[in-house]
Design a binder for this molecule. Structure first.
Ligand code: ADP
Ligand code: MG
Ligand code: ZN
Length: 620
């Protein structure tokens, strides 16, 4: 039975509307109407008023609390004009008026004084409440809202029978994750089987993986397979507006969920609330986030006692920042890795998304999968859509392989920008730079075969590019391959050095990546002989233990830091020298390919392979 989102007009909602109306009325009667209709007495500065009193021009004065009205003397039977001024604290005024023989009196109290003062006391708080309401209502999407339901959960509820039901068939390339989640589906479908034996059904499952790998999709699929309601809320939504709202939202979310058990509560971006409580560091924690987190922990501890099967799925791409308390047994004690798909996984994902578009006969999904290492599911979905857009733009009735080829380049390197014009000198530099990458890259293992060199600018950053495609998926790299990659990255700059004897800013990104890679070799992969097979983690996260004391194993000493720097420098410079040697040895070939590239702008395929076959290896 489908359960719809509840949105009944509660009494509190009605009260809220009445309050809004009263506030508006108050504003109109007190500020807007007097302004429009009110007695228009011209105002003058106080000094002028005193001046006129002293000059004996004033007939009578009425002193009110906020206003002094005064009338000038009658001249030629014309009654004097009435002016007003704002009083200032002046104890000498009565004396002065008496001296000048001016008739004066205090202003009579306004007739409706009780009413005004009542309004004055009652209305401002009402306005405040009304504004509060307004913001809450804006902040809250669905769900019951009103004065008395501040902080009600705005979890979206997806339920069985919804038109777009997600199942495991919609998710591909994450076999291990699916296998683990099949078990969860079973818990939800037949909790009795487990509890009879005395097994404790896990409460929390944490999906960990990079963005776009299908974590949200998997959570929905679990609900879809089990046929249970799916409450979804994002961690970042908790951390907003008023202190205390986050924790009451958590409470309410679980209350709703328990009523509909068995069901799934999905918390996306768990790291937004679940950040380690000690990681606030010197700046102190975020109280609101902490309260929300504490409430979440309390709820997760609570609901098993009540015998309801509520399974909390959560997703994060930063498991390392999560509070350890979240990962304790009885909370998110299961972690499921949702990683980027491998070759066959990518093919399967492409197959799923390609069903939505008309494919040409020549399309080879396997070939596309081979060319897209590192793409996550979302990137592949995007790729299929790009290809379809290109086909439509080229007025084709179905998507061809060449559309996919162009879409890949688009997704990888940004949109082709034919309009960007380089001057001849720049073009020449870019050509030698790219050929430098290609020549060095063709000799080095580990980074794949050079498939294309182009000096057609793409996207924002790349003026030209060299495309290297792996011939297979790689999971492990050895030291020589990493050094080869670094040399390849430095090949561009080395070519500039050799040919032009100068360096441009074009290699910034290459240098950054080369340095990062070298640093990882030393600090993460333990490939340095000097520093040994230790992991030297750097950065904020790992620097302090729970009690705030520095962690001596992780934070390196000054000496270690210097040793790391030296090692990184050694690796990069060796690679640089290797690139220079290779290019010097193949100087003629560098000339030849660069000249061709300047003519055609792109060299690829067989032509490129046969040129690169001529590269000679430096013997040493
Ligand atoms: P995440 O939550 O991990 O950031 P999403 O689940 O939001 O990623 O994925 C976004 C979209 O990308 C999905 O709606 C789906 O279309 C596509 N996608 C991602 N991963 C996969 C996958 N493994 N199989 C099929 N489609 C996927
Ligand atoms: Mg997501
Ligand atoms: Zn480069």
């Amino acid at each position: 039975m489908p359960i719809k989102e509840q949105r009944t007009p509660t009494p509190s909602r009605v009260i809220g509307n009445i309050l809004l109306a009263i506030s508006a009325l108050f504003l109109i009667t007190n500020f807007i109407l007097p302004f429009v209709l009110g007695p228009q007495i011209p105002g003058v500065p106080y000094s002028l008023f005193i001046h006129q009193v002293e000059a004996g021009e004033v007939e009578r004065v009425q002193v009110g609390q906020n206003q002094i009205k005064f009338q000038l003397k009658t001249v030629d039977n014309e009654p004097g004009t009435v002016f007003s001024t704002t009083p200032i604290f002046d104890l000498g005024l009565p004396k002065l008026l008496e001296e000048k023989g001016v008739e004066f009196a205090a202003a009579p109290p306004p007739k409706n004084a009780w009413f005004t003062s009542l309004l004055g006391w009652v209305i401002p708080p009402l306005i405040f409440v009304a504004i509060w309401q307004f913001f809450l209502r804006r902040g809250g999407g669905g769900g019951p809202q009103g004065v008395l339901s501040i902080g009600k959960s705005k979890a979206k509820v997806y339920v069985e029978g919804e038109s777009a039901k997600t199942t495991f068939a919609d998710v591909a390339g994450v076999q291990e994750a699916k296998a683990e989640l099949v078990e969860i589906v079973d818990f939800l479908k037949t909790p009795g089987r487990y509890t009879e034996i005395g097994a404790r059904i896990p409460k929390g499952v944490l999906l960990v993986g990079p963005p776009g790998t299908g974590k949200t999709l998997l959570a929905k699929a679990v609900a879809g397979e089990a046929g249970v309601p799916f409450f979804s809320i994002s961690g970042s939504e908790f951390v907003e507006l008023f202190v205390g709202v986050g924790s009451s939202r958590v409470r309410d979310l679980f209350e709703q969920a328990k009523k509909q058990a068995p069901c799934i509560v999905f918390i996306d971006e768990l790291d937004a609330i679940g950040k380690s409580r000690s990681s606030g560091g010197f700046y102190g924690g975020n109280d609101e986030r902490e309260q929300t987190l504490n409430q979440l922990l309390a709820e997760m501890d609570g609901f098993s006692a009540e015998g309801a099967t509520v399974i909390v799925l959560a997703a994060t791409n930063r498991p390392e920042v999560l509070d350890p308390a979240l990962l304790r047994p009885g909370r998110f004690d299961r972690q499921v890795l949702v990683d980027r798909p491998d070759l066959s996984g990518r093919e399967a994902i492409l197959k799923i998304h390609a069903q939505k578009v008309k494919l040409g006969e020549d399309v080879n999904l396997k070939a596309i999968a081979t060319r897209t290492p590192g793409f996550a599911g979302a990137d592949l979905a995007n790729l299929v859509n790009e290809a379809a857009l290109l086909a439509a733009r080229n007025q084709r009735s179905n998507v061809a392989q060449e559309d996919f080829a162009e879409a890949i380049e688009r997704v990888v390197a940004g949109l082709e920008k034919k309009s960007r014009v380089l001057n001849d000198k720049e073009k020449k530099i870019v050509a030698y730079h790219e050929v430098g990458h290609a020549l060095v890259g063709s000799l080095m293992g580990g980074s794949g075969r050079v498939e294309k060199i182009s000096i057609v600018p793409r996207g924002m950053a790349a003026l030209g590019y060299t495309l290297q495609l792996p011939t297979e998926d790689r999971f492990l790299m050895d030291e020589a391959e990493l050094r080869g990659q670094i040399a390849t990255l430095l090949g561009g700059r080395s070519a500039e050095e050799i040919v032009f004897n100068s360096i441009t800013t074009g290699a910034t990104n290459d240098l950054q990546r080369a340095t990062d890679l070298a640093e990882r070799m030393v600090t993460t992969y333990g490939m340095s002989k000097v520093l040994g097979p230790l992991a030297y983690q750097q950065g904020q996260q790992a620097m302090f233990l729970d009690n705030g004391a520095p962690n001596p194993r992780r934070i390196g000493s000054e000496e270690t830091a210097q040793a790391i720097d030296r090692e990184v420098k050694e690796i990069v410079e060796t690679a640089h020298q290797q690139a220079l040697d290779t290019l010097k040895l193949n100087r003629d070939l560098l000339e030849e390919i660069a000249t061709q590239l300047l003519e055609t702008e792109v060299i690829e395929g067989e032509k490129l392979h046969s040129l690169l076959k001529q590269v000679q290896t430096v013997n040493n």
